[in-house]
Design a protein around this ligand. Structure first.
Ligand SMILES: Cc1cc2nc3c(=O)[nH]c(=O)nc-3n(C[C@H](O)[C@H](O)[C@H](O)COP(=O)(O)O)c2cc1C
Ligand code: SF4
Ligand code: SF4
Length: 275
């Protein structure tokens, strides 16, 4: 099979999934590479059915060991026609648990054929200078390996007559998938506390960057910046993109909830690919 078009469809609030996908696509080196960023709700377009000659890379970060609730229903609307697909998940050096399996299964349900898959590591969204988690990743070595993964995908496709011949029989993960208990705890806690980033009005310069980068349209700028706790997925995009540091997560319940993360994630993990 000759790959002419690679379509990369990704959800990436803090940008690391996007970086890894770009390097995989560079390695595949097709005539046409389309980058489709569906991080923001307003950018989630409807697609016609993909053809069997396209190759799709479907990518998302791991949230609570699963594909983020925010994007999974959109991924489930994508339809292939025995179209080859590469499910990719990116996680913050804890575990990817059942996320890759969930993405693989979603693609199969949409009549895609997984031909490869990968679980990559990147800086944790909640990493801070005093509690660094996978800081500086993906590093040069990670990105070289992502590109090499792309080259291997191309070789595999060139050596196969059809997507069925290139099919990947499975990826790791439990079925049924593990329940995301921490997410359920947050939903419960939100009945009484915001559990969401706040804005320091003293240092806020009202630039609107947080409004622009929020994937779920949870931030509003009027006379002050306000946040809709029920829409916030705690992705930290607004915090990472605030130019003055005014956007902060000060909730003590959050700090307590993630205090164990640093210990859990201390040992460097390497990514896994399946071909
Ligand atoms: C709400 C939330 C839940 C997360 N859950 C996990 C997890 O279960 N395991 C893990 O290793 N990293 C977890 N992470 C870290 C992200 O998967 C990781 O930082 C990823 O690189 C973020 O991707 P992005 O830069 O494309 O947004 C979580 C991050 C967030 C915001
Ligand atoms: S990005 Fe920061 S400085 Fe800009 S409006 Fe939002 S909170 Fe204020
Ligand atoms: S308000 Fe919530 S959902 Fe929006 S960018 Fe900030 S952390 Fe993410």
């Amino acid at each position: 099979m000759n790959i002419q078009t690679v379509t990369c469809i990704f959800f990436s609030p803090t940008g690391t999934t996007k970086t890894i996908v770009e390097h995989i696509a560079q390695g595949i080196d097709a005539e046409k590479i389309e980058m489709v960023d569906v991080t923001k709700r307003s950018d989630r377009q409807k697609w016609n059915v993909f053809s069997k000659d396209d190759l799709v890379i479907l990518a998302a970060p791991v949230y609570y060991g699963r594909i983020p609730e925010e994007i999974l229903p959109y991924f489930a609307t994508l339809k292939g026609r025995q179209t080859p697909v590469v499910p990719v998940v990116v996680y913050g050096n804890r575990e990817y648990d059942d996320a890759l399996k969930e993405l693989y299964d979603t693609a199969v349900d949409g009549d895609f054929v997984p031909v490869a898959g990968g679980a990559f590591i990147a800086v944790h969204s909640y990493s801070t200078p005093d509690r660094p988690i996978a800081e500086n990743r993906p590093d040069k070595n990670d990105l070289q390996k992502a590109e090499a993964f792309g080259i291997d995908i191309r070789k595999k496709m060139e050596a196969s007559e059809s997507s069925a011949e290139a099919a990947l029989s499975n990826v790791p993960g439990n079925v049924p998938y593990k329940v995301p208990e921490n997410l359920n705890l947050i939903k419960e806690a939100r009945k009484s506390i915001p559990f969401t980033p706040e804005t320091d009005q003293e240092t806020c310069i009202q630039c609107g960057q947080c409004v622009k980068t929020c994937p779920t349209e949870a931030v509003f700028l009027d006379e002050t910046v306000t946040t809709d706790r029920w829409q916030c997925i705690i992705c930290f995009a607004c915090i990472k993109n605030c130019p003055t540091g005014a956007r902060q997560m000060n909730d003590q319940n959050f700090t307590r909830a993630i205090s164990h993360l640093y210990d859990l994630c201390r040992k460097r993990k390497e990514f896994e690919v399946f071909l």
